[in-house]
Design a protein around this ligand. Structure first.
Ligand SMILES: CCCCCCCCCC(=O)SCCNC(=O)CCNC(=O)[C@H](O)C(C)(C)COP(=O)(O)OP(=O)(O)OC[C@H]1O[C@@H](n2cnc3c(N)ncnc32)[C@H](O)[C@@H]1OP(=O)(O)O
Length: 166
């Protein structure tokens, strides 16, 4: 992915992503509602099943003053690629990823995350993700290899309670 998406309207929020992200017991640091220390990233999907999230990372996740820590930048890219894989109904874990830190990512300012699957081969799914600033400039670029794993059982709606997205 060398170019950002030119998508203004996010048209789908697939059940495959929503169900995982909004499960009441989900403690995922990236998207889990049940993790009070997490990033609470909320993803939407384009018609092509690219994952998109607009978010602001708080200054408590800073590395350099005013900018997001590099480890958190990797997390943002990892989570975005993971959601792009999930959008295709696949349950997979990151096997390999690389990060190109092109510009510092500001904290306390809105940024945009974009991810997509670029290639599939059996259990292997190759992905890319971008972090962009409010002017559409690319700040970081990630590439990943995700490997499908056995899905966890569905959340129990009685035990786990209602999900924030209904
Ligand atoms: C359950 C879903 C959870 C979703 C949460 C999402 C959170 C965001 C995403 C994450 O952060 S996940 C957490 C970070 N990732 C991990 O902790 C994963 C740790 N690694 C593992 O548990 C295992 O390595 C893994 C399950 C991913 C894969 O183990 P396997 O033993 O099933 O697969 P294997 O290592 O044999 O690799 C599968 C294929 O990929 C190939 N491969 C591995 N590394 C490669 C590489 N670097 N480049 C190209 N190919 C590679 C490997 O050769 C093989 O090819 P073949 O199938 O053709 O033989």
């Amino acid at each position: 992915m060398t170019k950002p998406l030119q998508v203004e309207k996010l048209t789908r929020y697939a059940d495959a992503v929503r169900k995982f992200a909004s499960a009441a017991q989900n403690r995922c640091f990236g998207c889990g509602a049940a993790n009070e220390h997490g990033l609470h990233l909320e993803f939407y999907l384009t018609q092509e099943l690219h994952a998109v999230c607009e978010t602001t990372v708080g200054d408590f996740f800073e590395g350099p003053k005013g900018f997001v820590h590099g480890g958190i930048i990797a997390t943002l890219l990892d989570e975005t690629m993971s959601k792009a894989v999930r959008a295709h109904g696949l349950v997979a874990m990151t096997r390999h990823m690389e990060v190109d830190y092109q510009r510092p990512v500001p904290s306390s300012e809105e940024i945009r995350l974009e991810g997509r699957v670029t290639r599939n081969e059996g259990r292997k799914h190759w992905t890319e993700a971008l972090i962009l600033n409010g002017h559409g400039k690319v700040l970081a670029h990630g590439k990943g290899l995700f490997i499908e794993v056995k899905p966890a059982p569905d959340p129990d709606p009685v035990k786990d309670g209602p999900t924030p997205h209904g």
